[in-house]
Design a protein around this ligand. Sequence first.
Ligand SMILES: C[S@@+](CC[C@H](N)C(=O)[O-])C[C@H]1O[C@@H](n2cnc3c(N)ncnc32)[C@H](O)[C@@H]1O
Length: 176
Amino acid sequence: MHGKLRVWKRELVRADLKGDEQLLDLGCGRGAVLIEAAGRLPAGRAVGVDLWSGKDQRGNRPEVTLANAAAAGVADRVEVQTADMTELPFADGSFDVVTSALAIHNIPLRERRYRAVDEGMRVLRPGGQLLVADFWPMTRQYADHLGQGTLRGLGPAYWYGGPRLGVTLLHAVKER
Ligand SMILES: C[S@@+](CC[C@H](N)C(=O)[O-])C[C@H]1O[C@@H](n2cnc3c(N)ncnc32)[C@H](O)[C@@H]1O
């Protein structure tokens, strides 16, 4: 948990947020990344979508995420919605940044995982950034599917049981 947060703090700094962005977190769960991002958006908004699977994350419920946001003092900029990330209920171009932390791999079929990545890109404005942390080699597959994006290993802080399950960050920018 702490390793993951350290990594996301670094990646959000790298994303060079101005503080007024509209950010969407796909598969936000209890909100670790959503809330960290919201802390950097004093004039923006962080929206999390999830289907609240108790199998993928314990205690996974929207009210838990909202309570975590309140405890972190960012409840006013955090919103959660129950939605499937393969069919996002948002218009094209409605977000500046889309994040996803170890969530897309939970979708069983590859074609549906690609659908989630495509949906993330669809709801980004031109020039917006997609940041997806997921197990290697899935991130490679997402980048190949998109035909763009850079990949960066997130290092031991994000390992699950060793380097074999290393987590990589895909960073893609929507064409202007
Ligand atoms: C391992 S948890 C990660 C949660 C959070 N991103 C984090 O890093 O702590 C994966 C999350 O993805 C969600 N999820 C899985 N499939 C989904 C889908 N099709 N649409 C939205 N959320 C989904 C699960 O309910 C779960 O909350």
